[in-house]
Design a protein around this ligand. Structure first.
Ligand code: PXG
Ligand code: PLP
Length: 435
């Protein structure tokens, strides 16, 4: 038997895929090359990952040099120079007072790491009864058991329902079509939805709750932008009850919302920030969990020779990933990428909302360079219409993504008006031919 189709693709309809495979073999700047020699304009920056463009020359050079200098060094009780340097740079970019950085290899690992740090923190302070974790409906925190448990995407949870973590509850999600459809940027309505946390504090007793984890802007679930004042109110409630606030910024960090972090954009500082994707421009897998100094300090107890946190990955702070991260952060700075993204945002906003009158469009949402166009589902075939628009765009030379019937956009931080115009013209044509 041939093993030509041995690869089991993640989050993919595998049988349909192998009937007409879509295979990328190269990339440069804003374009992919396919195995049949076509050039595709990437409207999704990889998978929210590559805001600086593909094969950025300085990142490529840094990785090439690193792999020939230090391939790997033991990461427990020993480390490498690049990991130390990258932690320093990440901390310098982070909100004031968030000065400690724990490295992982992905967003999923970042989410599980953050939840474990929160539990360890409370225990170290003598509040070991604080074990409950609060997520939010429609939240995505990766696919490992911790992140899946606090996550709120029904399709991801269904099969694993009985084996999710106990002691988890969820805030209601922040979407209400009747109150916020076609909002540009943050919806004016909905700050009061944060009060749902007070309901859970009353139900479980706040003294049992360790942490609340939310995406500042929910990405995978179809771009849910936080209502004005919502994140501030979550912060206030957490402070009132001694609960740690975790922002999952795997998508929103490093320029995606026109700032180093969504925390900076929205003016709310959490206790822990999880990142991945844009940390290395997607070039080498890596995540980072950024922690408020006081949380770290609370854990630095006991005899000095004893490990303070029994957690870590073989590849935490991998030198190749750290070299990519250092070059990536330098490029963001040199190219003024976050301010550029902020400057592109109004053009992106105007163009995405120009699709409002197209048939089948029921909502359009955006903030920073994150955008979603929600389509009415085809009766009896939820998600089919969104997937067909994705396919039509791919055939027409533009890569977008669909999460069910929400078309998703994540253009490069230095996108030009012409590129954005081509992306949305292609989507418009696809919408006019899809049934
Ligand atoms: N948290 C958030 C907020 C994410 O967006 C993860 C955690 C998990 O990261 P890893 O690196 O383990 O995949 C993510 C990942 C989509 C899509 O369609 C988004 C992600 C993954 C797959 C699809 O928007 N984000
Ligand atoms: N499984 C086994 C048998 C291992 O020895 C290890 C690490 O040493 C792991 C899983 C975890 O791998 P990682 O540290 O890459 O997450």
């Amino acid at each position: 038997m041939s093993h030509d189709q041995a690869f089991w693709l993640p989050f993919t309809a595998n049988r349909a895929f192998w009937k007409s495979p879509r295979v990328i073999t190269g990339a440069r700047g804003h374009y992919y090359t396919t195995d049949d020699g076509r050039q595709l304009l990437d409207g999704f920056s990889g998978l929210w990952t590559c805001g600086l463009g593909h094969c950025h020359p300085k990142i490529v050079a840094a990785v090439q040099e690193q792999v020939a200098t230090l391939d790997y060094a033991m990461g427990f009780q020993v480390t490498n120079d690049k990991a130390i340097a990258l932690a320093r740079e990440v901390a310098a970019l982070a909100p004031a007072g968030m000065g400690k950085v724990f490295f992982t290899n992905s967003g999923s690992e970042s989410a599980d790491t953050a939840l474990k740090i929160a539990l360890a923190y409370h225990r170290a302070r003598g509040e070991g009864q604080r074990t409950r974790l609060i997520g939010r409906e429609r939240g995505y925190h990766g696919v490992n058991f911790g992140g899946l448990s606090v996550g709120g995407i029904p399709g991801n949870r269904k099969v694993f329902s009985a084996t999710l973590l106990p002691g988890v509850d969820h805030l209601r999600h922040t979407y209400s079509a009747a109150d916020m459809a076609f909002s540009k940027g943050q919806p004016a309505w909905g700050a009061q939805l944060a009060d749902d946390l007070e309901r859970l504090c009353a139900l479980h007793d706040a003294s049992n709750i360790a942490a609340v984890i939310v995406e500042p802007v929910a990405g995978s679930t179809g771009i849910l932008v936080p209502p004005i004042g919502y994140l501030q109110r979550l912060r206030e409630i957490c402070d009132r009850h001694g609960i740690l606030l975790i922002f999952d910024e795997v998508i929103t960090a490093f320029g995606r919302v026109g700032a180093p972090f969504a925390a900076a954009r929205f003016g709310v500082t959490p206790d822990i920030i999880t990142t991945a994707k844009g940390l290395t421009n997607g070039v080498v897998p890596m995540g980072a969990v950024i922690v408020r100094d006081g949380v770290y300090d609370a854990l630095m107890q006991g005899p000095e020779h004893v490990v303070e946190l029994f957690h870590g990955y073989t590849y935490s702070g991998h030198p190749l990933a750290a070299a990519a991260g250092l070059a990536t952060l330098a490029a963001y700075c040199e190219e003024d990428s976050f301010a550029r993204a902020r400057a592109v945002e109004p053009i992106f906003e105007e163009m995405i909302h120009s699709l409002r009158e197209e048939a089948k469009v029921v909502d359009i949402r955006n903030v920073g360079l994150m955008g979603g166009i929600e389509l009415a589902p085809r009766p009896g075939a939820v998600g089919a219409r969104g997937f067909e628009v994705f396919l039509k765009c791919f055939e027409a030379g533009v890569v977008i993504r669909n999460g069910g019937d929400v078309l998703q956009f994540s253009p490069f931080l230095d996108s030009t008006p012409d590129e954005l115009g081509r992306i949305f013209d292609t989507v418009r044509q696809a919408l006019r031919t899809v049934t």
